[in-house]
Design a binder for this molecule. Structure first.
Ligand code: ADP
Ligand code: MG
Length: 211
């Protein structure tokens, strides 16, 4: 049986490909040049499956992939259960933050009426405000959160921040870090038991290529 590794498209894939190279895992085709979503690793019984970041945990959880490299943000939002989080790769580091238009009072102080927050991360946001005892309306968006306050959709956003330059360019200030995010190596629970002998050397090889 070929081992399958689900890789999140985008930033994670960009940072994982050099790690694969250092680990001596050469893809038969470059994902950018290929329309294939399942790409074999040369001279090795491994394939990578290139998927949407938010779909990666589903592939691993249901056993369509034995391993996955997935953002902690996605794991937190999908509950993170039903798979093993094996290792923090330290790749694709960023933070999940609360940001607001620069002329608003901070959420820590009493706010009149409900605050309105736009985010991709509905579950994390709901839990965050519940833990603070702050009433809020969560508005689910799929992209470009930083534009929403300017269109009058909301007054705050919860989104990933790296350098902070996108926030700054949109007149938003970061008021709180909700979580530190990085890409995690995860495993399907059944694979981890039944394919242990095959998986362990591969996991070690990847870990060594990261540090
Ligand atoms: P998409 O826009 O399709 O979600 P991204 O490449 O933006 O794809 O995000 C995929 C994953 O990469 C996220 O789930 C997160 O873990 C990580 N990521 C996103 N934005 C950043 C960032 N600014 N810095 C570092 N990692 C990020
Ligand atoms: Mg993005």
């Amino acid at each position: 049986m070929r081992l399958k590794i689900a890789l999140s498209k985008g930033r994670i894939l960009d940072q994982v490909l050099p790690v694969f190279e250092r680990a001596g895992l050469e893809l038969a085709e470059h994902p950018d040049d290929s329309r294939k979503l399942v790409i074999p690793v040369k001279s090795s019984p491994i394939s990578v499956v290139i998927v949407r970041a938010t779909d990666a945990p589903t592939y691993v959880r249901l056993g369509a992939a034995d391993l996955g490299i997935v953002g902690k943000d996605v794991l937190m939002e999908t509950g993170g259960s039903d798979l093993y989080e094996l290792y923090d790769t330290g790749l694709a580091r960023c933070r999940l933050s609360l940001a607001q238009l620069s002329n608003l009072p901070a959420t820590g102080k009493p706010v009149l009426g409900k605050i309105k927050v736009a985010t991709k991360y509905e579950k994390i946001s709901r839990e965050y405000f519940a833990s603070k005892g702050i009433q809020c309306e969560i508005i689910k968006l799929y992209g470009s959160m930083e534009l929403a306050p300017h269109a009058g959709l909301c007054d705050r956003i919860i989104d990933l921040v790296d350098s902070g330059s996108t926030l700054k360019a949109n007149n938003l200030i970061e008021t709180e870090t909700i979580a530190h995010i990085s890409a995690r190596l995860v495993a399907n629970k059944v694979s981890y038991k039944l394919k242990r002998e095959q998986l362990m050397p591969l996991i070690d090889r990847l870990k060594r290529a990261i540090v």
